[in-house]
Design a binder for this molecule. Structure first.
Ligand SMILES: Cc1ncc(COP(=O)(O)O)c(C=O)c1O
Length: 376
């Protein structure tokens, strides 16, 4: 095994299960947006919601008010449901949109296609995911249209395309502009399929693009959004939002059947309410995006470092000179080697993730160790 293999010699993606994972340091930790704790505002709100007896399984007032809050945020009528993981949100929402004989088009390196252990296929009762390539983690309207045109809609031998799913921000840390989304939704309308958005990092995308949540979702043709919060300061909550409300008809039954209806739902709801209050979600995302920009700028100035994708959100993908990589690891920096299908930089690229709690000092310390290693 070479030095570029994953942490403790395990390949990329095995780190999550690695019992010998190095201890998480207070700084220079760029391993994931999930290594952080929760935002203090959210913890405080949970503590406040702890008093008293309230109805269970989502019949409480806090859960009821989440839908109204989302109606304000997105400036439209909608249906919203809470789950605790992005995988559940993606899988259960796609199951509402796709029949067992259907197909979902997604990027070949998308979380749903590559990192959810077939949960979408499981919940869709046999429907398939068709992964297609696209530069920097994005799908182009032309490529999606080409694939859909050839798919064989109506031919009894073929899976029937039923949804397009894009991640916003993408797994490569790029974002779809409003125009990108409108072009994709036009293709969805032409082929009569549902437009689904995995918004595990929707806050980072909205913060970066500086447009309203409505503009970047339903006004651009998105039918279903999985609105992530966990990566950006919540303890563990995501919302499945149906802008096309008729698609939500089966959701509650599917969520219960899938084991994702929380009995003490108030604790999911209160996290989401605190996250949305006074635009906390956008403030936290801005912080994460800013430290990612600082990191990317600093790295780009170091001899021999290559930045692999545009840095639009809180992810930086880079190829480091071997000496720099060694020095950073020796100094205790945490990050993962990254491999995704179809990427030319496979085997060389690392992924650095900032989150709402990353400080400029964390970044500067990392950059200073990297610069010193080049000077040696
Ligand atoms: C693009 C994307 N979607 C969804 C998720 C949600 O995953 P989880 O089920 O771990 O909450 C993640 C987490 O890494 C992700 O990166």
């Amino acid at each position: 095994m070479g030095e570029d293999d994953g942490i403790n010699g395990l390949p990329t993606h095995c780190y999550l299960m690695c019992p010998r994972q190095p201890p998480i340091m207070a700084s220079m930790n760029f391993a994931s947006d999930n290594t952080s704790g929760a935002a203090p505002e959210i913890l405080e709100a949970i503590a406040q919601a702890n008093d008293g007896q309230v109805p269970s399984y989502g019949a409480d007032d806090l859960t009821a008010s989440v839908t109204d809050r989302f109606k304000d945020v997105f400036e439209t009528d909608l249906a919203a449901y809470l789950v605790a993981t992005g995988t559940a949100g993606n899988s259960l929402s796609l199951a509402c949109a796709v029949p067992p004989f259907g197909a979902v088009i997604a990027h070949e390196a998308s979380h749903i296609a590559y990192d959810e252990c077939n949960a979408p296929e499981f919940y869709m009762s046999g429907a398939k995911l068709t992964g297609i390539a696209g530069a920097h983690g994005k799908l182009s309207a032309e490529d999606v249209n080409r694939v859909l045109t050839k798919y064989g809609k109506g031919i009894v031998h073929r899976a029937q395309p039923a949804a397009l799913s894009v991640a916003q921000a993408t797994e490569a840390g790029t974002v779809y502009s409003r125009d990108d989304l409108s072009a994709l939704s036009e293709v969805c309308r032409t082929h009569e399929i549902v437009f689904h958005m995995d918004g595990a990092r929707i806050a980072n995308a909205v913060a970066q693009l500086g447009r309203s949540p409505a503009e970047l979702t339903w006004r651009a043709g998105v039918d279903i959004l999985v609105f992530g919060a966990t990566k950006n300061g919540a303890l563990g909550v995501e919302a499945v939002i149906f802008f096309k409300k008729e698609l939500a008809a089966e959701f509650e039954f599917r969520r219960k059947r899938g084991g994702h209806l929380f009995s003490k739902s108030r604790f999911l709801a209160v996290q989401m309410l605190a996250y949305l209050k006074d635009d906390l979600w956008l403030r936290l995302a801005h912080q994460a995006n800013e430290t990612a920009q600082r990191l990317a700028r600093g790295l780009a100035d170091i001899d021999g470092v290559e930045i692999c994708h545009p840095v639009d959100a809180n992810l930086v993908f880079a190829i480091l000179p071997r000496g720099v990589d060694k020095a950073l690891k020796a100094a205790g920096a945490q990050y993962h080697p990254w491999m995704v299908p179809g990427d030319a930089a496979n085997g060389k690229m690392i992924r650095l993730v900032t989150n709402f709690s990353t400080t400029p000092e964390d970044v500067d310390r990392f950059l200073s160790v990297a610069r010193d290693a080049v000077d040696v």
